[in-house]
Design a protein around this ligand. Structure first.
Ligand SMILES: Cc1cc2nc3c(=O)[nH]c(=O)nc-3n(C[C@H](O)[C@H](O)[C@H](O)COP(=O)(O)OP(=O)(O)OC[C@H]3O[C@@H](n4cnc5c(N)ncnc54)[C@H](O)[C@@H]3O)c2cc1C
Length: 415
């Protein structure tokens, strides 16, 4: 029987480990923290956004980026971190900011999103994922600017296959009564039924528990992975702070740290941290929190009602590998939520969090085999790691056991 070593106990590593044991592969998980799900998967937005994938790299973004540099509450921020990596990534990102590239990436992510949706449903059953605060209220993307809204509305109305519904502001109010408690009047919105929300951290914890009970799971090694031993061109062991962990195959699913692990085997991964913030605030009887999952698209803020809490997630800061909470950025987020949904939650009791999205310049993850036999990749999911993890895990597991990928790999793997 094959034995795979999966590096990373975030949502991507855990879904991979589960897909592998379910495919008949014995698995050891390596995680440096004493608990699972402590990285980017901890307090992310919780949106399972299968059909609204919207990669950041788009034609209007460089121009908007310049404008945002002078705005205090801008959704994006750039601060030189002194590394060549940052400039290389930025140059590549700007190269991807073209409508044609955006459309191609969107199409790939949509296909992966649809696969992920069905794999999530399958995993909910196979791993008995209960208590993860899963709801399927649909997703409403709201537009502040009439120009932006009309542009999107025209495009969607012209697309006979579009699953999204274009809604006037009045229709948005009817769908999501919490909008009536906002001092803002929006231009309109786009609603996608079937989009879900859940608590990503709870998914991680439960997958960890189900793995521990699975006959093919060999356990978690809580150790720092340093690199790979390569013998005759093939990866044969993972070097860790607890000694070598041998295996037939290795999956790099270590989020942002995937790039240094891959580098140890001579593989360059174009991944850079896009830092984001979240607030998790209790919702009590006096509050009017949105029921559907709402994205305030121009401000790039999302609101997800998860259990009895409101999760607000926002911002994409290019500031290096730094998870500290910047007081100016978090104050900016509070200003935004108070100005948008002042009555939605008890913001004074919010828990603040910052995490690093492991982002590629295109916005597409890097999946499948690597140039080093025995070394597999499942990383670089950026802003959509929770959403895409289940489909990505299925693809990597199928490929490892010699099956064809369930969807085309082009654009979702190393060139
Ligand atoms: C503010 C914010 C909001 C977001 N909102 C959403 C959302 O609404 N929907 C969505 O789909 N996605 C969202 N995301 C993106 C999503 O959270 C990430 O894409 C996803 O969590 C990445 O998962 P991962 O398992 O690759 O990485 P991580 O969760 O970071 O896991 C990597 C794991 O590897 C471990 N590790 C790293 N290096 C080593 C090493 N050398 N040795 C051993 N272990 C190691 C880490 O400790 C960690 O546990 C959001 C992200 C942020 C920051």
């Amino acid at each position: 029987m094959k034995h795979a070593v999966v590096i990373g106990g975030g949502v991507v590593g855990l879904t991979t480990a589960w897909a592998l044991v379910e495919s008949g592969v014995a698995v050891t998980l390596v995680e440096r923290e004493t608990q699972l799900g402590q990285g980017a998967s901890f307090a992310n937005g919780g949106q399972l956004s299968y059909r609204f994938v919207s990669p950041l790299a788009d034609s209007g973004v460089p121009f908007k980026g310049l404008r945002w540099m002078f705005e205090a509450d801008a959704p994006l921020r750039f601060k030189p971190d002194g590394s060549l990596q940052q400039w290389t990534w930025l140059a590549s990102f700007l190269g991807h900011c073209r409508a044609s590239v955006n459309q191609a990436t969107t199409q790939r992510l949509l296909t992966l999103g649809v696969l992920s949706q069905s794999e999530f449903a399958h995993t909910c059953t196979s791993a008995a994922l209960h208590d993860v605060d899963l709801r399927t209220p649909g997703k409403l993307v709201i537009y502040r600017s009439a120009t932006e809204f009309n542009k999107v509305a025209r495009r969607l109305r012209a697309n006979l296959h579009a699953v999204e519904r274009v809604l006037s502001y009045q229709e948005c109010l009817a769908l999501e009564p919490a909008l009536a408690h906002s001092p803002l009047q929006f231009a309109g919105g786009v609603f996608t039924a079937g989009e879900a929300v859940a608590d990503c951290f709870s998914v991680c914890v439960q997958l960890g528990e189900r793995l521990r009970a699975h006959a093919l799971f060999r356990g978690v090694v809580h150790a720092q992975a340093h690199g790979f031993r390569v013998l005759a061109g093939r990866a044969c062991a993972l070097q860790t702070s607890a000694g070598d962990v041998a295996g037939d195959d290795f999956v790099i699913a270590a989020g942002l740290q995937s790039r240094s692990l891959a580098r140890s085997a001579g593989i360059h991964l174009p991944i850079y941290p896009l830092k984001g913030y979240s607030l998790t605030a209790p919702v009590v009887a006096d509050n009017v929190a949105p029921v559907v999952s709402v994205t305030d698209i121009e401000k790039k803020v999302l609101y997800a009602h998860i259990g009895n809490q409101l999760r607000v997630a926002a911002m994409a800061d290019m500031v290096g590998e730094d998870t500290r909470i910047d007081p100016r950025r978090i104050a900016s987020l509070y200003r935004l939520v108070h100005a948008t949904f002042p009555k939605a939650a008890q913001y004074s009791q919010a828990t603040e969090w910052a995490g690093l999205r492991p982002a590629t310049p295109s916005g597409a993850p890097i999946l499948g085999s690597s140039p080093v036999p025995g070394l597999w990749l499942n990383t670089g999911h950026g802003a959509l790691g929770f959403t895409l993890s289940f489909g990505s895990a299925r693809m990597v597991a199928d490929l490892m056991v010699g099956k064809p990928s369930p969807i085309p790999l082009a654009g979702l793997c190393l060139p």
